[in-house]
Design a binder for this molecule. Structure first.
Ligand code: MV4
Length: 448
């Protein structure tokens, strides 16, 4: 097992990783920017190294500074968390060159899944269902138009370097193709420096259902059930849950097998997420694979009752997986509490938290790095807490979430708490009747 893990991240996930390391008797090193000097991850780690000023580029994204912290503290592993350098293959490679374990998959695996066309081609070869569309990169606009005609409109143009919605355009009619093609390419070029595009049949009103997988160094891969992440706004997830209200045991078995097949075909090592689109006929299609621990991992932890960070560290240290696929034995829902004003287009609302009281009680979990008196800096993402509830049934889980949201007090800044309170009372949400476009027509009313 590792002796000392450096956590190349901040906020709640840095704290989350430190907690598990403590329980595993592993020493921890926090790195922090000057803006985070009062953060709990700095206080709770065994050692802490300041790596630069507030800007991410000069701190949490700065590989030479992080490697300097690795060197002076003599850490033998690096946990990247999510975001920042978690899917940066160059960082994974440099860690390996330094002789420290990058807790995650190999650089090659990160690159293979980071390029969406390569990822899709790999899944086709493995026999995982994908959305009908172009075979690889589109050579020019005319080949795109021809494929669109063959598969039928609407279609969706996607950037191979994309993900998370950037460089993506829906095309409803052939007349729109050229303008959407130009817009998508421009956006991809500006965002990723790569304007390679592919085209797919557009799946209308899909669910986003992802499977958690874990692979060990011996080639064993298992799945740990799904998470429904259809409640999103502008490609930012706000609520995740397991089981998906859309799931049945037959579909779970089929999708779980496909997710494991996806992982096995590439000899996947570490925790990963296989994202699928599921249409109204319950047909499912591979969308993307994430090669990191995700924000919403606690939902899975609550329903299978295992510490995913611990399992992730164990496989990184070469310990084989012993169990088999895990099925949910409870219901769990996570609400992301962001420092944003839901009444003003979810505008960021950084600043000093003057009072903070987090909900407690049976089946209630809060993952957070903030406290009364803490100042939310404006430089990083706006999530300040994750509220996770679990209960025997979805009904009870929603009821518990309503109770917990009512107990949650955050003063001094605006938060997404009112949004979640209204969502939990929404008829369609309660009936499990929603898809990825659900929030496009959701109107926040005053009084929450
Ligand atoms: C799609 C799609 C419909 N059809 N692909 C959004 C981000 C990126 N991961 C892929 N995305 C989508 N791909 C086809 N062929 C709809 C979306 C999509 C979406 C997917 C998951 C969650 C929220 C979404 C919101 C809008 C569009």
């Amino acid at each position: 097992m590792f002796n000392k893990v450096l956590i190349a991240n901040r906020g709640e996930i840095a704290l989350r990783i430190i907690r598990t390391c403590k329980e595993m008797d592993i020493n921890t090193v926090a790195v922090y920017s000057t803006a985070d000097k009062d953060s709990l991850h700095v206080r709770f780690a065994d050692e802490a190294v300041c790596i630069g000023p507030a800007s991410s580029a000069e701190s949490y994204l700065n590989i030479p500074r992080i490697m300097a912290a690795v060197e002076i503290t003599n850490a033998d592993a690096v946990h990247p968390g999510y975001g920042f350098l978690a899917e940066n293959s160059g960082f994974a490679e440099i860690c390996t060159e330094y002789g420290v374990k990058f807790i995650g998959p190999s650089p090659e695996m990160i690159d293979m899944m980071g390029d969406k066309i390569t990822a899709k081609e790999t899944m086709v070869k493995a026999g995982v269902p994908v959305v009908p569309g172009s075979d690889g990169l589109l050579k020019d606009i005319n080949s795109g138009l021809k494929i669109a005609k063959d598969i039928g409109y609407p279609v969706i143009l996607k950037a191979t370097a994309g993900g998370g919605g950037k460089g993506m355009r829906i095309v409803h009619r052939p007349e729109e193709f050229e303008s959407q093609w130009n817009k998508a390419r421009q956006e991809a070029k500006a965002s990723f420096g790569n304007d390679g595009m592919y085209v797919e049949k557009y799946i209308e009103e899909p669910r986003h259902i992802e499977f958690q997988i874990i692979g060990d160094q011996k080639g064993k891969v298992i799945h740990l059930s799904e998470r429904d992440c259809s409640i999103q706004r502008r490609h930012q997830k706000l609520v995740e849950e397991c089981p998906s209200p859309f799931m049945d045991s037959r579909l779970r078995s089929k999708m779980g097998k496909a997710a494991v097949k996806a992982g096995k075909s590439i000899n996947y090592e570490g925790v990963g997420t296989v994202e699928f689109l599921v249409d109204k006929y319950k047909k499912f299609y591979f969308m993307e694979m994430n090669t990191r621990i995700q924000v919403e991992h606690p939902v899975t932890e609550e329903v299978i009752d295992h510490d995913l960070i611990k399992e992730q560290i164990k496989v990184a240290a070469g310990i084989p997986i012993t169990g088999k696929d895990y099925l949910p034995s409870m219901h769990a829902i996570e609400c992301r509490i962001n420092a944003e004003d839901p009444y003003n287009n979810f505008r960021p609302s950084p600043g000093k938290i003057t009072s903070f009281h987090s909900p407690k009680g049976h089946g209630v979990r809060v993952d957070t790095h903030v406290y009364a008196g803490y100042t939310v800096p404006p430089y990083y993402d706006s999530m300040i807490a994750k509220l996770i509830c679990r209960a025997q049934t979805r009904e009870e889980c929603i009821t518990k979430m309503e109770r917990a949201l009512d107990e949650f007090v955050v003063e001094g800044i605006k938060t997404t708490l009112p949004f979640h309170k209204q969502l939990m009372r929404d008829k369609s949400f309660r009936e499990g009747n929603f898809h990825t476009g659900f929030l496009d027509t959701f109107e926040l009313k005053p009084g929450y």
